[in-house]
Design a protein around this ligand. Structure first.
Ligand code: DOR
Ligand code: ZN
Ligand code: ZN
Length: 446
């Protein structure tokens, strides 16, 4: 048998250990992991010269835009950015133009993506206006639902607890997870209104409006609904100490809840936000130091399940609006997640096992992405080759994303993704995209 590809001379993270081995890849799958001598003949062979091979990142929180927002990002530029960051699967958020919230929207979005994506992509849908359409959306292949609690985005009235309860019952029956942006709309509006009335439109005012209690309130409200419906709830970008405590309380009650945080909430604090300005403005915002310490503890002791980028690209003009309330929130971060985390491995704060658990294994388990997240015979050959000794400065002007700025611009990092393989195909090689648009696969919920 002649297989498609053999990667020889690697160190690879397999079964919780780093082992010296070679990998044979055929028809997009990992066919064999073993000693070089046991490898089948191959059409192509790459000597990885002892570089480390990890399962590709599964980034469960990415805003790829496209459709009405291609000026910010499109499926090609966004997934090029993913491939450059070692990300082999992304889950795309639904706050697009149009909002992904019907089977028809979703079908259309998949059709556009199919021809453009460089990595695998699964889709979130917002809840439809009519609960009966929920099942259709799932049949169309949505991987999960997204519920944005900070303002009305989807078709479900977020002020209405009964409507939320009914929607949760439906998704619970369909066994689809719901990812929640947990900031309470009423709390935000009340605080914002007051600040605006006193002509406050600075970063401090934004921080005041997006309080810890806005996060806690939304988490508690959702936990209460989850309790009544046993819905699988995943809390996006948990950013505060008490927000995390509320999620942990839910977990201790045995509820099927999980949570993520982002690199910006871990690595940046309000001091950085004040120094950098609105370029670093996100929702929820980065927090004071004691929150970041609590989040790091949550990462280390396993309460935080996933690290996701919340890649949210905007134009520079949008980021620099005069009034803070008009600034588009979010940062492009697909290309900085892995180097930032690998740097912490070098410093001893994280182990390789922590990193892989948080960015590949848990995402695959929680969102039930079969055949991904682990380097294992029979799994899809989604992998990233990293050079742990490569020290370099983050240069946002070189990003593949359309958004070429970053709060991490100029940071020195150690550890770089140098090759990204998606379904066995080399997509990124030394910062270059070497594959055609459409090389990635659409992942539909089975
Ligand atoms: O910072 C953010 N950006 N938070 C959100 O909730 C939305 C996102 C976006 O789409 O830009
Ligand atoms: Zn969000
Ligand atoms: Zn987001």
């Amino acid at each position: 048998m002649i297989v498609d590809l053999v990667l020889s001379n690697t160190k690879a993270y397999i079964n919780n250990k780093i082992v010296d081995c070679s990998l044979a890849i055929n028809k997009g799958k990992i066919l064999k992991i073993g000693k070089e001598i046991s490898m089948p003949k191959a059409e192509a062979k790459i000597n990885l010269k002892n570089l480390l091979v990890l399962p590709g990142l599964i980034d469960v929180h990415v805003h790829l835009r496209d459709e009405g927002k291609t000026y910010k990002e499109d499926f090609y530029s966004g997934t090029a950015s993913a491939a450059a960051g070692g990300v082999t699967t992304v889950l795309d958020m639904p706050n697009n133009d149009p909002v992904t919230m019907s089977a028809e929207n979703l079908r259309n979005r998949m059709k556009i993506a199919e021809k453009k994506v460089l990595v695998n992509i699964g889709f979130y849908s917002e809840f439809p206006r009519n609960t009966r359409e929920t099942e259709e959306i799932v049949r169309e292949g949505a991987v999960a639902f997204k519920l944005f609690m900070a303002e009305q985005v989807g078709g479900l009235n977020i002020n209405d607890d009964y409507a939320l309860l009914e929607a949760f019952k439906t998704v619970s029956r369909l066994k689809v997870p719901v990812a929640v942006h947990a900031e309470d709309k009423a709390t935000l509006e009340r605080a914002e209104g007051k600040l605006k009335r006193s002509n406050r439109n600075d970063i401090e005012a934004f921080l005041k409006a997006h309080s810890e209690s806005a996060e806690v309130k939304a988490v508690k409200r959702l936990l209460n609904i989850a309790k009544q419906t046993s819905t699988q709830v995943h809390f996006c970008h948990i950013s505060t100490e008490k927000g995390l405590e509320a999620v942990i309380d839910g977990k201790k009650l045995g509820l099927p809840v999980t949570c993520e945080t982002t690199p910006h909430h871990l690595f940046l604090s309000t001091d950085d936000l004040r120094r950098i300005g609105t370029l670093a403005l996100t929702m929820p915002p980065v927090r004071e130091k004691h929150h970041t310490i609590a989040l790091w503890n949550g990462v280390k002791n396993g309460w935080i399940d996933i690290l996701a980028s919340d890649h949210a690209p905007h134009t520079l003009g949008e980021k620099k609006a005069k009034l803070v309330w008009d600034v588009k929130v979010g940062i492009p971060s697909l290309e900085t997640t892995l180097p930032l985390l690998l740097t912490e491995v070098k410093r001893g704060r994280l182990s390789i096992a922590d990193v892989v658990r948080l960015i590949s294994e848990n995402p695959a388990e929680i969102f039930r992405l079969k055949g991904r997240g682990y380097l294992k015979e029979g799994n899809n050959a989604d992998l990233v080759v990293v050079d742990l000794d490569k020290k370099y400065r983050i240069d946002a002007t070189k990003f593949h994303s359309k958004a070429k700025y970053s709060p991490f611009d100029g940071w020195t990092v150690e550890g770089k993704p140098v090759k990204t393989f998606v379904n066995g195909q080399l997509i990124m090689d030394e910062e270059e995209i070497v594959a055609k648009a459409g090389s990635g696969k659409i992942i539909r919920r089975e």
